[in-house]
Design a protein around this ligand. Sequence first.
Ligand SMILES: Cc1ncc(COP(=O)(O)O)c(C=O)c1O
Length: 386
Amino acid sequence: MKERLSTTVQQLKPSGIRRFFDLAASMDNVISLGVGEPDFVTSWAVREASILSLERGYTSYTANAGLLELRFEIMKYMKRNFNVSYDYKDDIIVTVGGSQALDITMRALINPEDEIIVVEPNFVSYSPLISLAGGVPVAIETTEETEFKLQPRQIEEVITSNTKALLLCSPNNPTGSSLSKEELQAIADIVIKHDLLVITDEIYAELTYDEEFTSIASLEGMKERTIIISGFSKGFAMTGWRLGYICAPTEIAKAMLKIHQYTMMCAPTMAQYGAIEALQNGQHDVEEMRKSYRRRRNFMVKSLNQIGLECHSPGGAFYVFPSIKKTGLSSEEFAEQLLLEERVAVVPGNVFGKGGEGHIRCSYASSMESLEESIKRISRFVENKL
Ligand SMILES: Cc1ncc(COP(=O)(O)O)c(C=O)c1O
């Protein structure tokens, strides 16, 4: 029989996060710090707007790029919050989550053998999506010494004639690291010098705790070479709604729209009506959630350091990424034994690529009560291992 499957797909590894979820799901009394999603329910006003759209019978497809009214709100939001101006008719596409936005970005940009620089540890989808689009992910490793922040000189070290783009994620999943305006400027200078594109995943932009969030697209000379990926999943607690968006230079957005048209037609209609409400009136809810995450971040960073698991204070997202090196265990061993012995689920850092080994990702999008209990259990576990 002929080979049925694509070699690219055969070579893809299944997500390392799933294995731990499956194991944790088969056990009782587990506290999960494993999931990467808000513990809040989407605000009632957003749910109500979506219900209302159904009551009114808005159940058909929208424009391929998304409801014009939603794109208009996204345009205003980008201008208001991040000081970057887009044409809502031509530069913005509403997608099925940040996930689809990432997928069509890669497929619209990549020719065979094009290299995309990725900064590891990173979100598990990046390299597989680049490979699926026929490109080559080129990893830069960041480490705890620089609080997992990309150093601009590292970009120059990996640039070749095939380098097309740099993929950034700030605030970062899994490290929570956030780049300041000055740090982004230093990266932008190199990107411009080498005529690269930047794909910036800003899905955690609203969840920034210490400094104001800066989009690299807002820096001088960057908008025309930047593709912003964002969405409603994290900041607006809307993971299940499957709604994201892309803001890109017109020519690139047009190319992406072709792929979106053929594969998705459009994002879910009722979710788009909910998102309009989120952008128009949801800022207060976002602020409340942000404050709550910030309190929990402070608790986790302090507690983990007290236990002796060195942990920098991440500027955003809802993850901490402490070092577990002093236990002598690999991150896989640590995560597995912690789950079996103390019933706490975390994600081993190695699944996020280079620089992740020797760390675990703990999501603090969990109740304070669960966080306190998880810290007690982790503390007991670590004491036994030392
Ligand atoms: C960095 C990053 N980008 C994108 C996504 C995808 O989000 P969505 O639910 O909008 O597809 C996630 C989800 O965990 C993420 O952490």
